[in-house]
Write a protein that binds this ligand. Structure first.
Ligand code: IMP
Length: 187
């Protein structure tokens, strides 16, 4: 069985990855190593810097992921600052920023960038996106982060109203994980 370390403090991400990889002979182990998140305008740069940092500390295969919510009406905000903004103003703060806007002005995209790293090798990227709208109120109990206010295209429920398997079918991280899975199957 292959052991793969997932460098994250986020148990929701671990659950999603374990669910996705449940049919593979792979043991995903959470390692909350912590890595600096640089200020930059792209998730790829944040993830790459993090991966190069981890490569120096860990001599085994690992993955890490950086994600963000890009809201059209706010010119892509909070984007790479999604974690900080969530911590500061949460879902309710985002709803306030969009107050009074109709559904056609509430478009947003989640983006997920996974990186696979191994010491001495160039990190590999796996990217997924999911478009949708920001709901007008928080709905649902599942998931984490902005899940209670994000409705993916083609749905009327928020991510927080779906079970993990169902969210994985739509989500940015479901798509990037699928690409990562294809890669890992062939290692
Ligand atoms: P990070 O990738 O851990 O830096 O996440 C960025 C921010 O986006 C965090 O505040 C997360 O809660 C939020 N976020 C990332 N992915 C998701 C998701 O699938 N659903 C809801 N919020 C998310």
């Amino acid at each position: 069985m292959m052991t793969l370390f997932f460098i994250t403090g986020n148990k929701g991400k671990i659950l999603e990855a374990k669910t996705k990889f449940s049919d593979l002979n792979i043991d995903i182990i959470q390692k909350d190593l912590g890595y600096p998140e640089i200020q930059t305008d792209s998730l790829e740069n944040v993830a790459l810097f993090g991966a190069e940092y981890v490569q120096k500390k860990l001599d085994q295969p690992f993955i890490l992921e950086d994600a963000g919510l890009f809201i059209d009406a706010l010119d892509g905000f909070p984007g790479v600052y999604s974690a900080y903004v969530f911590y500061k103003i949460g879902c309710s703060g985002i709803l306030t920023l969009l107050d009074g806007l109709n559904d056609n002005k509430r478009k947003a995209t989640f983006k997920s960038v996974y990186v696979y790293g191994e010491s001495g090798k160039k990190p590999m990227f796996f990217i997924g996106e999911c478009s949708g709208i920001i709901s007008k109120k928080t709905l649902g109990e599942h998931g984490f982060g902005y899940d209670p206010i994000f409705i993916p295209d083609g749905e009327i429920r928020t991510f927080a109203q779906m079970e993990t398997e169902e969210k994985n079918l739509f989500s940015h991280r479901g798509k990037s994980l699928e690409k990562l899975k294809d890669f890992i199957k062939n290692i």
